[in-house]
Design a protein around this ligand. Structure first.
Ligand SMILES: Nc1ncnc2c1ncn2[C@@H]1O[C@H](COP(=O)(O)OP(=O)(O)OP(=O)(O)O)[C@@H](O)[C@H]1O
Ligand SMILES: [Mg+2]
Length: 250
């Protein structure tokens, strides 16, 4: 799917602790695309994502959802405007059940007169959490918690989905299922951004891969070209991928 981008970042710069971390990043993501934002720890991936979600203010630049300039919008308003977000750090409500975690966004949206959220049971089925609905979120395994966080991000049927290390702590088979789910979302017309150090899975599902180095986009390529790129090998992947067969592509 192509067309007008659902998400645009235009020369985004952002500082943290007095240091410039995101140093002029521009990109566009259309429905159907999965952009892998990959790079070494500290490159600024999460900080860049937080400029897209409204958590970190920009020094300069613009963020647009469709044609709407959302640069000054806080996170909650962006969520109403079509953003789903899985942050890198845990974000479940620990003392609530899985079911209540899945209902909470829908409940708030309904109170604001916006019905149409995906029902908790449907989300649980899609994320293989049906048998865990009555469990307190604080009692989930790390991988189950990540599935819950992704399910929750899908509650309001987002058009833009930003996932910061969704495979972290998830076993390989479940990571593959989550990857398939991201693909299914993209096929429904969602624009997906994904950062993760599970590079094999990230490159299997993404349609384009960007290497972020020191807060700048250093490589922007299709996944096969990305994994062979000298800068990617030299600064991020190292030599281990050379011994692997090409990743399976659906
Ligand atoms: N609130 C903050 N105050 C000061 N420095 C910060 C803050 N947030 C991030 N940084 C710094 O910004 C840099 C980029 O951090 P960021 O979390 O964006 O990296 P990352 O690419 O997501 O890394 P990882 O792969 O480990 O998640 C790091 O040097 C980090 O210490
Ligand atoms: Mg990060």
């Amino acid at each position: 799917m192509s067309g007008e981008p659902l998400l645009s970042a235009e020369d985004v710069r952002a500082s943290r602790g007095g240091k410039l971390i995101v140093r002029g990043v521009s990109l566009e993501a259309s429905g159907g695309e999965i952009l892998g934002i990959l790079g070494p720890s500290g490159a600024g991936k999460s900080t860049f994502f937080r400029t897209l979600t409204g958590e970190t203010p920009l020094d300069s630049g613009r963020v647009r959802y469709g044609t709407q300039d959302v640069t000054a919008w806080p996170l909650w308003r962006r969520a109403r405007g079509g953003l789903g977000y899985v942050p890198q750090t845990p974000s479940v409500l620990w003392d609530l059940s899985v079911a209540d975690n899945l209902r909470v966004f829908a409940h708030v949206a309904e109170r604001e007169g916006k019905p149409g959220a995906e029902p908790a049971d449907d989300l649980a089925t899609r994320l293989d959490l049906t048998s865990r609905l009555d469990v307190r979120a604080g009692e989930l395994s790390g991988g189950e918690r990540r599935r819950l966080e992704l399910a929750r991000a899908l509650t309001l049927r987002p058009r833009i989905l930003i996932c910061d290390e969704p495979f972290a702590g998830v076993d390989p088979k479940n990571a593959e299922q989550l990857g398939d789910l991201l693909r299914a979302e993209a096929e429904r017309g969602v624009a997906v951004l994904l950062a993760d150090h599970h590079v094999a899975e990230a490159l299997r599902v993404c349609t384009r891969a960007l290497l972020l180095l020191d807060g700048e986009v250093a490589v922007d390529a299709d996944p096969d070209a990305f994994r062979e790129h000298p800068l990617v090998l030299g600064r991020y992947l190292g030599s281990w991928t050379r011994s692997l067969p090409p990743p399976p592509r659906a």
